[in-house]
Design a protein around this ligand. Structure first.
Ligand code: NAD
Ligand code: WQD
Length: 344
């Protein structure tokens, strides 16, 4: 079957394409504007899998260009829709860009689903839609609090759009709510390679270890947590990738889903910032240069997932532990350094 992956040159999209190539016989077509990636990702995917990926450079907000691609591709069994802007801080500074890109992109893809009779769509949602929660862990019945950023709002609104569309559409719609995807493919040949400066903890840790960042900050050491730093649910990107295959298989098997289905994808383990740092220090034998700093605006104190629904309905199991996440992220950082040195 033919599957369209939007945002296939990005971090999670590329790992999902690799898993699809390695574990299914599906044909992939990637659509990306390269607003936060480069087509070099396809070279890396080929290095890992040996497979050339069919790809188009299209901005999903350009409806006509998108239609042209769908006209060319022919019958499609499913769309996995990753393409979106994702930096929380950036979204606070550029709210219109985020609403425009993420909402218009989604609307145009849904219009294609309707016009081209596409039976299944998987949407990248986010734990950020839960906002500040009172009860942990969060599951799919936890009420959504106010979105803390325009980025989070694009995901919450995205799910609302999907809910309404599911009532009138022939397309099965599934939203996967990722917690904190981290790490890199076990080959060490591909990982997160954003154009923009990273603000997420794992790349900040590995960039500090190689000296790109001189001194990293731990944002807040006075939270009411076991060591004062924030707690998150880190989840290996390859575990996230695999959930898309299972979700698409589930949607195909179910025939027609009545409503939007949504699933948390987290490990269920809450890990503090200081625990993440010491896990890295232990496995790399590198002392990180960090200081305890003020809280980062917009951060929630603690969040971690109950992902039992994905386990029971999709048969999704996490395969990777925190040490795998950290060591694969570290391998990838070292690979990037090696490539940089070879080029200079
Ligand atoms: P990423 O930035 O690495 O990948 C997104 C890809 O989409 C990029 O290649 C970018 O160029 C492309 N893109 C963005 N807007 C586009 C547009 N209008 N048209 C065509 N291509 C466009 O991000 P990622 O980490 O791989 O995230 C993938 C999805 O998962 C996003 O929807 C993101 O919001 C969501 N998500 C990510 C995280 C995370 O922490 N990485 C957590 C929860 C949800
Ligand atoms: C993790 C923890 C920071 C950097 C975001 C989005 C969420 C999802 C995942 C998209 C926090 C601390 C970080 C640093 C630090 N993305 N930290 N020093 O904010 O939990 O989640 O990415 O959907 O929606 O909100 O992830 O990796 O930025 O931060 O102390 O230099 O690490 O304060 O406690 P976050 P993160």
């Amino acid at each position: 079957m033919k599957v369209v992956v939007t945002g296939g040159a990005g971090y999670i999209g590329s790992h999902t394409i690799i898993d699809i190539v390695e574990s299914t016989n599906w044909e992939i077509v990637s659509i990306d504007s390269y607003i936060n990636s480069t087509p070099d990702t396809y070279r890396r995917i080929k290095e890992v899998t040996g497979k050339e990926i069919e790809h188009y450079k299209v901005d999903l907000c350009d409806k006509n260009a998108l239609k042209n691609v769908f006209n060319e591709i022919g019958a499609i069994a499913g769309v996995i829709h990753f393409a979106a802007l994702k930096a929380v801080g950036d979204s606070v500074e550029n709210p219109l860009l985020y609403y425009q890109n993420n909402i218009t992109g989604l609307l145009n893809i849904l219009e294609c689903c309707a016009n081209y009779n596409i039976p299944n769509l998987i949407f990248s949602s986010s734990c950020s839609i839960y906002g500040n929660v009172d009860v942990l862990p969060v599951d799919e019945t936890t009420p959504l609090a106010k979105s803390e950023s325009p980025y989070a709002a694009t995901k919450a609104i995205g799910e609302e759009i999907l809910k309404d569309f599911s009532k009138v559409s022939n397309t099965n719609l599934i939203a996967l709510r990722y917690f904190n995807p981290v790490g890199a493919h076990s080959s060490g040949l591909i990982g997160e390679n954003p154009i923009n400066k990273p603000s997420n903890l794992f790349p900040v840790i590995t960039q500090t270890a190689v000296g790109i960042i001189e001194e990293m900050q731990v944002f807040g050491a006075d939270y009411k947590t076991r060591d004062g730093s924030c707690i998150r649910d880190y989840i290996h990107v390859s575990d996230i990738a695999n959930a898309h295959i299972l979700a698409l298989k589930y949607a195909v098997e179910q025939g027609k889903l009545e409503n939007l289905e949504f699933y948390n994808l987290g490990s269920g383990n809450g890990v503090s910032v200081l625990e993440a740092i010491s896990t890295f220090e232990d496995l790399s034998n590198i002392k990180l240069n960090y200081k305890l700093s003020a809280r980062r605006p917009g951060d929630v104190e603690s969040i971690y997932s109950n992902s039992k629904k994905a386990k029971s309905q999709l048969d999704w199991e996490t395969k990777f532990a925190l040490t795998d996440m950290m060591s694969s992220a570290w391998n990838w950082q070292q690979q990037l350094e090696k490539e940089k040195n070879e080029q200079s």
